[in-house]
Each structure stands twice: as structure tokens, then as C-alpha cells.
Design a protein around this ligand. Structure first.
Ligand SMILES: [Fe+2]
Length: 414
């Protein structure tokens, strides 16, 4: 809508009818675009903002049904209301029109008042959907602005949206649930807008108090998105994306199937993406390492093992983004270390790399030594020996401070 003036597209091959409709609409102050066939109609809708499209059913090159289907199939034009005009009050035409996504019908011979009434109500509807789209756009921009604060997570939301929706579709979820998963991928962490930056961007471990504040973000996110009716199916995903199957998650400590399935789907994709991208607190895991870690966490009772299997199947079908850097296990591989450090520097370099790998494994497993040892492919006693060996030697990291199950840096699952 430009300066309060609506743009109406008329696609009609009969010149007399086309001009008559155009004249009625111009008299009401609308801007009218008129074309003669279905193909031209689609090109016009794609080329400029249209508030309402009126398509004759029988047209050269492409029928009104086909043009309507094309308009409704594209995300950028699907909300343009389409009125189909047919010569017969034919039930079959009507059924076909509904299947093509038509919003309304007009029958020839046309009546001026009927046409104008239809146009008025559909333009009002378009105004509402425009406002709704704007609100969604604001919400999504806000979510992406939070992500932009942390360069390490850049692109996380977009990848999450893509994978969560793909997993939903693989599982045969409804269209509404799939769309909700896509939206949740972008906005699930929007509540972080309410978290003070020193906590949000802190690189080291969070204190218990800071962690409690950080853990408010799912509830805050739900509150921010609650007024948007189109986000109704997204709200439970936002609220419950940090629950764990064993009840140890937050904010409600839900267990098993109490956690909405869509939230369980998002969790798996979220953890996978966090593990397969480089973060300050861990190097990127390879796809296989990440899946192995997620499976272990599923065994511990955190994630839905059935959904992990489905996600593994999805990854097998599609190409996932591969991590840019070498994995933690590569760092522990003596050959890779020797290549990186050169023959002369191989021994001290290996020690440095090992130490770094141990630190990263501990951090990424939130201080769980058993899990860290497994990820490193070494025994638990070897890990303890290495910790003893490195004690006090790592700058800024105090190994004695690492205790069983201590949360060193909870960001990967925040
Ligand atoms: Fe989160």
C-alpha cells in the first residue's frame, strides 16, 4: 500500500471486462495494473508489491488457477489475496480454486457493488497480514541482533532454523509445527536480550548467581513473543528448549514426554550446531564426534534417543556444514601434531596440543571427566595422570579447580 493507496492487479483477457473493472476500482482511489494473461500476471506480482490480485480463470498462456497456485507457492507473495473470476457458478471451478489457495471468487456477469465489497474486505485482511509480517520481522531482527553480539555463534540461528525444520518434515510433523520449528530456530534465544551483557558475553565460568540469571532467558523469550498470535506454536519451543529428559533442565524441570516434541527436536539440532562450530570454549567437533557426544548425552538421559537417530538419518541424507578447524581428536593425534610442529618441535608441540585438547574437552563436557576422557579417546586414569602432569602449567586454567561434574563453562548448552 503506497500513501494509503492500494495496488490492485487485474488479469483478464477480455478487454471490455478488464477496462470496466479497472474503472470501478480507480473510482475508489485504487491504483490499478491490468494484464491480459496468467504469465504476465505472475511476472507483475513478482516485480512489485501488490495488495490484491483478481485473476480470470480462463486466460491465455496460463490459467487463473495456475497463476494463483504460483503466487501462493512463493513465500514472498503467498500473502497476496487472490480473487478468481469465473464465467460459471461451477462447483468444480470453486473446488479447484480452493485447492489453488484462492481467497475468494467472483462470478460473471460482474456486479459493481459485489466486486467492491469483496475488494474492500480482502484489502482489510491484507493490511492485517502486513502488520503481522512487520511484527514478525521485528522479532526476528531482534533475535538476530542478539546473535550478532557473539561472533562465534554467527549463522547459528539460520542453520538451526534450517535443520530443525528439515528434521520436523522428516518426522512428518504438521505444516504448522514445521513452520514453528523454523521460527524457533531463529528466535529461541531472544530472551537473552534481557540478560546483562557482562553475563551474556562472559567467556569464563558463570557464578551460580549469573547462571540463574542466564537461565531466565527461555521464560523471557516466551514473554516477548507471547503477544504474537502467529507465534503460538513457537512459544512452547522457546520456553522448553533447555529442558532435559531426566528432569535436570530448566525452567520447569519437565521430564520425558512432558517436554514438547518440537522442543526436543530443536535441542538436538542446537547441541549439534554448538558442537560442530568453533567456540572460544571448544574447537569444532567433526560430525561423527558431535553425533557420538549427543548419543552419549542421550544415554545419560538428556536428549530423545529416537530423535537423535532420526537426526543422524537426516545428516546422512544431506550435506551438513563441516567444521572449519581440526577436531580435538586430531589435536591428540601424534602424527598431526608432529606435522603441525615440525620434527624438531614435535615433542613440546605435542604436549601443548594435548594440554589444549584436554582443556577443551573438559570445558565442552562441562567438567565431566568421564565424558571428557571418552571424547579424547583415552582412559579416565590417563586423563587424571595428564591433569596431574599439567597441573598449574596452563595459563588461566586451574586444574585442581576442575571437580567432578563441575560446570566450567555452561555456554554450549545455554
Ligand atoms: Fe537458549
Amino acid at each position: 500500500m503506497e500513501n494509503g493507496q492500494s495496488t490492485v492487479l487485474i488479469a483478464e483477457d477480455n478487454e471490455a471486462i478488464r477496462e470496466l473493472m479497472g474503472e470501478w476500482l480507480r473510482q475508489q482511489g485504487h491504483r490499478v495494473l491490468a494484464v491480459e494473461d496468467g504469465e504476465e500476471a505472475i511476472q507483475t506480482v513478482l516485480a512489485q508489491p501488490i495488495d490484491l490480485a483478481i485473476f480470470d480463470v480462463m486466460m491465455p498462456r496460463r490459467s487463473g488457477f495456475s497463476a494463483c497456485r504460483a503466487v501462493k507457492a512463493r513465500p514472498e507473495t503467498r500473502l497476496v489475496p487472490v480473487v478468481l473470476v469465473t464465467g460459471l457458478e461451477n462447483r468444480e471451478d470453486r473446488v479447484q480454486g480452493i485447492e489453488c489457495g484462492a481467497d475468494d471468487f467472483l462470478y460473471k456477469p460482474l456486479h459493481r457493488e459485489e466486486l467492491l465489497a469483496r475488494v474492500r474486505s480482502l484489502l482489510k485482511l491484507k493490511q492485517f497480514t502486513d502488520e503481522l509480517e512487520n511484527a514478525e520481522l521485528v522479532i526476528c531482527s531482534l533475535a538476530l541482533s542478539i546473535e550478532a553480539k557473539d561472533p562465534y555463534t554467527n549463522g547459528h540461528c539460520e542453520r538451526l532454523a534450517k535443520w530443525a525444520e528439515a528434521l520436523g518434515r522428516r518426522l512428518g510433523l504438521t505444516e504448522e509445527q514445521c513452520v514453528a520449528l523454523r521460527r524457533a530456530g531463529v528466535v529461541h534465544d531472544i530472551g537473552k536480550v534481557a540478560i546483562p551483557e557482562p553475563i551474556l558475553l562472559k567467556r569464563g565460568p558463570l557464578t551460580a548467581e549469573e547462571r540463574a540469571i542466564m537461565q531466565l532467558h527461555p521464560v523471557m523469550g516466551e514473554r516477548i513473543c507471547a503477544p504474537l498470535k502467529s507465534f503460538r506454536a513457537v512459544l512452547p519451543i522457546i520456553r522448553h528448549h533447555h529442558e532435559k529428559l531426566d528432569g535436570s533442565g530448566y525452567p520447569d524441570g519437565l521430564r520425558g514426554e512432558q517436554i514438547p516434541r518440537a522442543a526436543r527436536i530443536l535441542q538436538i539440532v542446537d547441541v549439534f550446531d554448538a558442537l560442530t562450530t568453533d567456540r572460544p570454549y571448544h574447537a569444532a567437533f567433526s560430525r561423527d564426534e558431535a553425533l557420538a557426544a549427543i548419543k552419549q548425552e542421550a544415554e545419560r538421559g538428556w536428549w530423545d534417543a529416537g530423535l537423535v537417530t532420526e537426526f543422524e538419518g537426516l545428516l546422512g541424507d544431506r550435506k551438513a556444514p563441516e567444521p572449519a578447524q581440526r577436531s580435538v581428536l586430531d589435536l591428540l593425534n601424534p602424527q598431526a601434531a608432529a606435522t603441525a610442529g615440525g620434527l624438531n618441535g614435535a615433542v613440546p608441540r605435542l604436549r601443548d596440543l594435548e594440554r589444549e585438547a584436554v582443556i577443551r574437552a573438559l570445558v565442552s563436557t562441562q567438567g565431566d571427566k568421564q565424558l571428557a576422557a571418552h571424547r579424547l579417546g583415552i582412559g579416565r586414569s590417563t586423563l587424571y595422570r595428564k591433569l596431574k602432569e599439567y597441573e598449574g602449567s596452563a595459563e588461566g586454567v586451574s586444574f585442581p579447580a576442575v571437580k567432578e561434574k563441575e560446570v566450567l563453562c555452561p555456554q554450549p548448552h545455554m
